[in-house]
Ligand binder design. Structure first.
Ligand SMILES: C/C=C/C(=O)SCCNC(=O)CCNC(=O)[C@H](O)C(C)(C)COP(=O)(O)OP(=O)(O)OC[C@H]1O[C@@H](n2cnc3c(N)ncnc32)[C@H](O)[C@@H]1OP(=O)(O)O
Length: 267
């Protein structure tokens, strides 16, 4: 059985599913290694314009595997501390791989997203949750820090500092309705409609200019690291110029407007 599934449910859209439902898709290394490979493979696939990431069964991802963490290839003979470092690096690499994907990534949060699972959800570009999903910064509940895999960087930026402090220090559950209210997810929808909602959004995005979409994603992520508005606007300006000069999409948008039809972006 494969711990990670890759499907093409609709043209231009790839669905990546964490597939260890009996463990609520915990982040065992034998799940995370193929997951990282899947992210890199799909990122390089020119036929994919939007990616949807979800979990099989009742859970999205239950964080670190507390039962059987599995083995990382190539750790034989390493010391315990070196193995601990490799483990951390692997999980960091998964978050980085998601962040670096060319295509926008929609997180279809079908169920609990706990600990590292919350971090995975936050590393997606857009999140839509099933009404029964919930989130917990569970590092703190497990006697660790809740600040892992970028969570203490991304969560305050997503929902504001005060709420992030409260959620990360209390280790409480945030249900889907609250997640929608505070902006942790874009919306909460009935579980049986989750994937269709994600695909509809994905299709809308896939119809736009590919470099326009990819550079918008890149600029949004880069805004989180920007030193100043002025330097960020310089980057934005260059990105806009790049799309304007290397595609015919803007001309097509103008022409379509004149002809009162939807534009058809070919570049
Ligand atoms: C760097 C990253 C750090 C971290 O991620 S720290 C956080 C680590 N994760 C956790 O603390 C979460 C632990 N799990 C839970 O709190 C709960 O579970 C859930 C909220 C995810 C789901 O609760 P419910 O719906 O009641 O299901 P269930 O009966 O508890 O779980 C179903 C089966 O899934 C296994 N399972 C759940 N989470 C994990 C996990 N993280 N690692 C390994 N197995 C897990 C259980 O044991 C059980 O299995 P069986 O049916 O054999 O009893």
């Amino acid at each position: 059985m494969s711990f990670v599934l890759i499907d093409k449910p609709r043209p231009h859209i790839t669905l990546i599913t964490l597939n260890r439902p009996e463990r609520m898709n915990a982040m065992a290394f034998d799940v995370m290694v193929p997951f990282k490979e899947a992210l890199e493979k799909v990122s390089a696939d020119n036929g994919t314009r939007v990616v949807v990431v979800t979990g099989a069964g009742r859970g999205f991802c239950s964080g670190a595997d507390l039962e059987s963490p599995g083995r990382i290839p190539g750790i034989e003979g390493l010391t315990v501390s070196a193995i601990a470092l490799r483990s951390m690096e692997l999980l960091d690499d998964v978050i980085r791989a998601m962040r670096r994907m060319h295509q926008p990534v929609i997180g279809a949060v079908n169920g609990p997203a706990i600990g590292g699972g919350l971090c995975l959800a936050l590393a997606t570009d857009i999140r839509i949750a099933a009404e029964g999903a919930y989130f917990r910064a569970a590092g703190i509940n497990n006697g660790l820090t809740a600040s892992e895999l970028g969570l203490s960087y991304l969560l305050p930026r997503a929902i504001g500092s005060s709420r992030a402090f409260e959620i990360m220090l209390s280790g409480r559950d945030v249900d889907a309705a609250e997640a929608e209210r505070i902006g942790l997810v874009s919306r909460a929808v009935p579980g049986d409609k989750l994937l269709d909602e994600c695909y509809e959004l994905a299709e809308r995005i896939a119809a736009f200019s590919r470099p326009g979409v990819e550079l918008t994603k890149r600029m949004l992520w880069s805004s989180l690291d920007a030193a100043s508005l002025t330097s960020h606007m310089d980057h934005e300006g260059l990105a806009q110029l790049f799309v304007r000069l290397t595609t015919r999409n803007f001309e097509e948008a103008i022409q379509a407007r004149k002809e009162n039809r939807p534009p058809e972006f070919k570049d």
